[in-house]
Ligand binder design. Structure first.
Ligand SMILES: CC(C)(COP(=O)(O)OP(=O)(O)OC[C@H]1O[C@@H](n2cnc3c(N)ncnc32)[C@H](O)[C@@H]1OP(=O)(O)O)[C@@H](O)C(=O)NCCC(=O)NCCS
Length: 348
């Protein structure tokens, strides 16, 4: 996940059939693509879309990002965060499927792209070039304090002329100062995740307590939760914040040099299933690989137990690449059968 807005989530595309089908539809939609000079759409098939997505790297910049709704995870469009050039100008882009026009999503995304670029990069000007006929996009720029700086005509090279139409556009600039003046008081325009390492024992305990107490369906046995809180002081501890609000953590312990264990982890329920757990997992893995850790393990409730919540937890670990290793039916008492899972971190 790159950032959240009030209603939307922006993330990197995945190589799934759903994401590929979504891009095929968006990029082939004449009503969307005529605004950028392709009146018949891009006319790309699934293979081409797949090749484009395969070519992307892990950076959020200069690549297509999926925009989806936070409540139903409906893919509504794409956006781009341009990496700022030497003089601080970033180019952004937003394209939404027609059924999601006229609901304020464009302004919401554009404003969040500005928030991201002005807070996370050296960008001082956000630039976009809507076609002069594209009223909605022009309004989006103006909403974000954009001012018109020049007209432009984009001519396509001759070999694609039959598929394209030259675009008469207006170049808009959104200046950081004017955007900040209008929007900087609103902390919810873009919720941007930040992972930090916590070393202070009291801060580890406070974070662990704050998160676990919001997860009663998983951490309802008070004595066990208190034990996690008291013993997490000795763990390698990473916390995840969204605009300063603590929303999750991972605490890692180590029994042998090559093997680390997730001692306890959690994300508050309001932010489940939007990629924050896997973001923390990936971060922890990168850090552990630097220390030559070969394996990471975790103990959780076994599928012998009927808990639906823990069934979701196991789905998460499996999606992260863990494999079940062994069951310990009585380690946590007969009513809480334990499953140990393992993931290999290095292959040489
Ligand atoms: C386990 C936990 C840390 C995962 O964090 P999360 O942010 O909700 O998980 P993510 O959104 O990163 O999920 C990553 C992938 O895991 C899988 N997954 C996660 N939750 C799932 C669910 N409820 N059902 C099916 N698959 C799920 C999916 O494949 C998902 O990717 P997708 O959304 O692209 O399909 C979090 O749900 C949590 O805090 N749970 C309660 C506490 C807990 O279980 N702690 C561990 C105790 S051992």
């Amino acid at each position: 996940m790159i950032f959240l807005t009030k209603r939307l989530l922006v993330r990197k595309p995945k190589l799934t059939s759903q994401d590929i089908a979504f891009y095929e539809r968006l990029w082939n939609a004449p009503s969307v693509m005529r605004n950028v000079g392709f009146p018949k759409g891009l006319q790309v098939n699934r293979e081409v879309v797949q090749d484009i997505l395969i070519g992307q790297d892990a950076s959020p910049f200069d690549q297509t990002l999926v925009v989806e709704t936070r409540d139903t995870h409906t893919r509504i469009g794409e956006c781009k965060l341009g990496r700022p050039c030497g003089d601080g100008i970033s180019i952004t882009d937003v394209k939404l499927l027609p059924e999601h026009w006229n609901k304020g999503y464009g302004k919401e995304i554009k404003c969040a792209l500005c928030a991201y670029l002005f807070s996370q990069t050296s960008c001082t000007i956000v630039e976009a070039s809507p076609a002069i006929t594209n009223i909605a996009s022009i309004k989006m720029q103006e909403y974000c304090t954009g001012i018109k700086v020049r007209d432009d005509i984009y001519s396509f090279p001759t070999y694609v002329r039959s598929e394209t139409q030259n675009v008469h556009s207006v170049v808009y600039h959104i200046h950081k100062e004017s955007w900040m003046e209008r929007f900087s008081q609103d902390n919810s325009i873009a919720l941007i995740p930040v992972i930090s390492k916590i070393t202070d024992p009291a801060e580890k305990q406070a974070t662990c307590a704050k998160i676990l107490h919001q997860l009663p369906a998983w951490f309802g046995i008070e004595s066990a939760t208190e034990e996690y809180i008291s013993h997490c002081t000795d763990t390698l501890f990473y916390a995840l914040q969204l605009n300063g609000e603590m929303v999750g953590f991972y605490a890692i312990t180590r029994h042998f040099p090559a093997v680390a264990e997730i001692y306890v982890c959690g994300i508050i329920p309001r932010f489940h299933r939007i990629g924050l757990g896997s973001m923390l997992q990936n971060h922890v893995e990168q850090e552990l690989r630097k220390n030559k850790t070969k394996y990471i393990t975790v103990k959780t409730l076994s599928p012998r137990h009927p808990s639906e919540e823990y069934a979701r937890t196991r789905e998460f670990y499996l999606a992260c690449g863990f494999e079940p290793l062994e069951e310990f039916p009585t380690l946590w008492g007969e009513s809480n059968p334990c499953l140990m899972l393992i993931k290999r971190l290095v292959w040489s």
